[in-house]
Design a protein around this ligand. Structure first.
Ligand SMILES: *Cc1c(COP(=O)(O)O)cnc(C)c1O
Length: 377
């Protein structure tokens, strides 16, 4: 037998890991820094590590109390009802739940390009079609209602990423509201705020709750994760915040025990560890500014914990950086073969990345000139 026709499906391409690269190059892992997956350079919230150790002996039980407690803590934080928090196995798991709850076979979703690959992958698993709207490099990846509406054709779900991965651009809430206003009643706008903590902006939760002068809407949902600012990428914990009107659908679409006992315990500890999040956000802001000031290439303004850099030939620059021990994300797989994405590291890591990028770009410059000077024979 064979699985279903998966020819439209592609594997998710994750950023490369230190072990993997070191093994391939026959070098010591300690020689490398990884700035390829937007992970937290300060590691997990220390309180979360303690909580995982303390609760290790409760692993044999299904997570009920911990799940309920975490949902309550998150709901309190956003001032919404518990039912509106759809806890999941990472933000990625929440993407699946939103599709399970909305897509009928042959419904379509509208996703950004360049953009986060899992929106489309997940839609296809749920028998949905995938249409794209372009964020233009020549417009600095600006996100407006108009850019999306130009391509909108009645899709069931529209994915927005704010701050956007990989460019770091954001979409103002007024534009999101306008988009929701001008699309069909049955079109859900999901605002992916995986990097929300790093931006000095209000969450789009204001739109679904009708706060700050906005009218409450039942066609906007928000995605958040513990993977980035909280440093819990390895435990897989994220959630969607959905309008109260259809929040109860969760119990009919979720995987039983959607987040693990240890993930919930880590999340409960991390959500109160504001010191760790503040420090993380501060580091990202400093790093973003340093990279923009000091790298000898165009760097787009970013509100995430990463920056997109124009290097002309991403695959060769990424490979040369790797030789120098700095692992970055080659954005060719995002459809940007001229760009690399660098995660904001600690001060030392940022310094090292800037030095390495400038050295690689200088080498390439010399190479091009040398080639150009070779006389025709
Ligand atoms: C990292 C990320 C997510 C979620 O990642 P999880 O680790 O599954 O929580 C979602 N959207 C974007 C754009 C991301 O970069």
């Amino acid at each position: 037998m064979q699985p279903r026709d998966l020819s439209d499906h592609v594997a998710y391409e994750a950023g490369r890991g230190i072990e993997e690269v070191a093994r391939e190059l026959g070098r010591d892992p300690s020689e490398f820094v990884k700035l390829a997956s937007n992970e937290n350079p300060h590691g997990p919230s220390p309180a979360a590590s303690v909580a995982i150790r303390e609760h290790a002996s409760s692993m044999s039980s299904y997570p009920k109390a911990a799940h309920a407690d975490l949902v309550e803590a998150i709901a309190d934080r956003w001032g919404v009802n518990d039912e509106q928090i759809w806890l999941a196995n990472g933000g990625d798991g929440a993407i699946d739940y939103l599709h399970r709850a909305t897509l009928e076979p042959d419904d379509d979703v509208l996703v950004p390009t360049p953009g986060f690959a899992y929106y489309g992958m997940s839609a296809r698993f749920h028998h949905g079609g995938v249409h794209e709207y372009a964020l233009e490099r020549t417009d600095d990846f600006a996100q407006t209602a108009e850019t999306v509406l130009e391509r909108y054709d009645g899709e069931r779900v529209i994915w927005l990423t704010s701050p956007h991965n990989p460019s770091g651009s954001t979409m103002p809430l007024e534009e999101i509201e306008r988009l929701a206003e001008e699309t069909d009643e049955e079109t859900l706008i999901v605002v992916d705020e995986a990097y929300g903590e790093f931006a000095e902006r209000d969450s789009a939760i204001a739109l679904l709750e009708g706060r700050d002068g906005y009218d409450a809407r039942d066609d906007v949902a928000v995605l958040r994760t513990f993977s980035k600012a909280y440093g819990l990428a390895g435990v897989r914990l994220g959630y969607a915040v959905v309008p109260d009107e259809w929040a109860s659908a969760y119990t009919r679409v979720n995987t039983p025990f959607a987040a693990s006992e240890l993930a919930c315990r880590a999340g409960l500890a991390a959500i109160d560890d504001t010191e760790h999040v503040d420090r993380t956000v501060e580091t990202a802001r400093t790093s973003r500014a340093e990279i923009r000031d000091r790298i000898d290439a165009h760097v787009w303004p970013s509100e995430g914990n990463f920056v997109l850099v124009d290097v002309d030939d991403a695959s060769s620059v990424a490979e040369k950086l790797q030789d120098r021990g700095v692992i970055v994300r080659d954005c060719t797989s995002f459809g940007l073969p001229g760009c690399i994405r660098i995660t904001c590291g600690t001060d030392e890591e940022t310094d090292r990345a800037i030095g390495a990028v400038n050295a690689v770009l200088a080498d390439l410059e010399v190479d091009t000139h040398t080639e150009a000077e070779v006389p025709d024979t």
